[in-house]
Design a protein around this ligand. Structure first.
Ligand code: ADP
Length: 230
């Protein structure tokens, strides 16, 4: 089953910049898609469109339902968007409250919320971090807690924007290991080509808002870059 289908999706920022332009692709359930491309290629903008955060043109279908203004809130429950910068995602005083925020908003009972938080913390290997002050955490710990804030809502599709950026080699390997163990559909936007090769089934090369190529993860990515003179 296709969980995401994009047809001719475009978005113009208010300053007139065409950040994504005629994007067409689909992704099957449980597939991992890597999005690569230079800075400014449109990777983050595409994520914002998939979450219905920006008023894109064209058609996006999530889990067989066309994304519209009126169903954005509902369809967004299928998507867990992990931002590049965890400080943009974490805003509550404690780790527990940050991870509980999503499930509380979904209307879960206190016991259900507690269960979701504990499970998410176990999944990121930080079970004893419940009462830690979020802004006292290391950057690597913040990245993992940011991931837990979406895992606690069990989204069908995980969107990871530059998951390994600014992590030291140890924290990076740990985070990649975490991502590899998460089940479900994943889209990973990154400059970290080795991680993309290691984790993804398919690779999309984006440049100046357009898809230059989508390929199975069999090709040498460097070859792909040089083919388009990037
Ligand atoms: P990437 O994630 O691949 O680096 P982005 O989606 O962040 O690319 O950006 C795509 C293009 O849109 C870039 O040229 C960027 O400068 C521009 N852009 C991003 N955000 C805004 C904004 N809020 N207003 C105007 N232009 C923007």
């Amino acid at each position: 089953m296709k969980v995401i289908e994009c047809h001719n999706v475009s978005y113009l920022y208010p300053n007139g910049l065409n950040a994504i332009n005629g994007i067409d692709f689909s992704i099957e359930e449980n597939e991992t898609l890597g999005i690569i491309g230079p800075n400014g290629a449109g990777k983050t903008t595409l994520f914002l469109a998939l979450c219905g955060i920006i008023p894109f043109e064209g058609e996006i279908t999530i889990c067989n339902t066309k994304l519209t203004k009126s169903n954005t809130q509902d369809l967004r429950k299928n998507l867990g968007f992990v931002f590049q910068n965890p400080d943009d995602q974490l805003f509550m005083p404690t780790v527990y409250e940050d991870i509980a925020f999503g499930p509380i908003n979904l209307g879960f009972s206190k016991d259900e919320v507690d269960c979701c938080v504990k499970k998410a913390l176990r999944n990121i290997g930080l079970s004893d971090f419940e009462d830690r002050i979020t802004h006292h955490l290391s950057f690597g710990e913040k990245k993992r807690v940011a991931l837990a804030t979406v895992l606690s809502m069990s989204p069908k599709i995980l969107l990871l924007d530059e998951p390994t950026s600014e992590l030291d080699p140890w924290a990076k390997n740990q985070f990649i290991d975490l991502i590899s163990k998460i089940k479900g559909t994943k889209i990973i936007a990154s400059h970290d080509l080795q991680m993309i090769i290691d984790l993804c089934d398919k690779i999309m090369l984006l440049n100046k808002g357009k898809i230059l190529e989508i390929t199975e993860n069999t090709k040498d990515i460097k070859e792909l870059y040089s083919k388009f003179n990037l």
